[in-house]
Structures are given as structure tokens and as C-alpha cells.
Ligand binder design. Structure first.
Ligand code: ADP
Length: 163
């Protein structure tokens, strides 16, 4: 069974992330979407909010599961019996960092490969930080966030910005 891990911050999950999840779920037998909890980052959405949102928008995908971890990704993948990390590539600017991470992960866990899926052209400029920024200016998020999350994400961004 081919198990892949799709790691990220998902702060919050966007249509770009969901597009990668849907495509990767067709390639692998099992896909684990993992919210990477990084002590240095200060996310807008809590870990459980991020996990819950991913669960709801992937409920239609039977082979996708959602998890969270603060472990080193290479060790996490090994523990889960996975030998593939899936990453989305938006532009050349993503490439250098991702290339470095892929090589580091492989040096820690030589069984581990990283597979890059190119972003869909309409999501090339989409990131969670764009969503947080546009939301704070009350721009409609319908093109950026999965439909069922729009209200909740919009309210949550407003709440965070009113503090
Ligand atoms: P960001 O905060 O930049 O949105 P994440 O850390 O949550 O990113 O991203 C997790 C993974 O998803 C990374 O591999 C990233 O390159 C990829 N990704 C993020 N946004 C998109 C998108 N719009 N299209 C394709 N891949 C994406």
C-alpha cells in the first residue's frame, strides 16, 4: 500500500491545498494530510480548528485522513510507514526552499522521496497568508477558500483582527 504524507501549516486550508489533496488522493492508496505544528510559527487558527476544517472539506475522499504533528517530518513519515512526501509547487520562488527540504528529509530518512505537484494555474498566487490578508480587508473569499468554510473563516479572521 502506497501511503503519502501532505504536510503544511494550512492556516487556513485554501482551494489550492484542496486541489493538491484531491489530485494526490487519486495517485496514492492512502493520503495523510498533516498539520505541522511549529513552535516558531504563530498561527491565526488553532491546531484543532485547522484539522477540523481539513476534515470537513475532505470528507468526500475516502482514502484521506487528517493528523497533526510536531515531529520532524522525516521521522513522522517513517513512523506512519510512508515513503513519499507530497508538496505543491506554485512558482520558482517555492522551488529553492522545497528542494532544500527534500534533500534534508532524504538525508535523514533515505527511504523518503518528495513528489511535487504543480499548482493549478488559477491557484498559483494563492496562499494561506493571502487569504488572511484579503479577509482582513473584507474581500470575499469565495475564490480562495472551499465553499463550506467561507463564513467561518471570514468571521474568524475578523475576530482575530478585532483583538
Ligand atoms: P501556505 O501557508 O504557503 O499556503 P502551507 O505550509 O500550508 O502553505 O502549504 C503546504 C503545502 O501546500 C506546500 O507544499 C505548499 O507549496 C502547497 N501549497 C500551498 N498553496 C498552494 C496552492 N495554491 N497550490 C498548490 N500548492 C500549494
Amino acid at each position: 500500500m502506497k501511503i503519502a504524507i501532505y504536510p503544511g501549516s494550512f492556516d487556513p486550508i485554501t482551494k489550492g491545498h484542496l486541489n493538491i489533496i484531491e489530485r494526490a488522493s487519486k495517485i496514492f492508496d492512502r493520503l495523510i494530510v498533516c498539520v505541522m505544528v511549529n513552535a516558531e510559527k504563530n498561527p491565526m487558527f488553532t491546531q484543532s480548528e485547522r484539522e477540523d476544517m481539513i476534515r470537513r472539506v475532505t470528507a468526500h475522499l475516502g482514502n484521506v485522513e487528517v493528523d497533526a504533528s510536531n515531529e520532524l517530518l522525516a521521522n513522522y513519515a517513517q513512523r506512519k510507514g510512508s515513503c513519499v512526501i507530497v508538496k505543491g509547487l506554485r512558482a520558482v520562488s517555492d522551488f529553492e526552499h522545497e528542494f532544500q527540504m527534500a534533500l534534508i528529509n532524504r538525508s535523514i530518512n533515505p527511504q523518503l522521496d518528495t513528489m511535487f505537484l504543480t499548482a493549478e494555474h488559477e491557484y498559483m498566487y494563492l496562499s494561506s497568508s493571502v487569504v488572511r490578508e484579503l479577509g482582513s480587508y473584507h474581500v470575499s473569499l469565495e475564490d480562495y477558500v472551499p465553499e463550506i468554510l467561507i463564513d467561518e473563516v471570514t468571521k474568524r479572521i475578523n475576530k482575530a483582527n478585532s483583538k
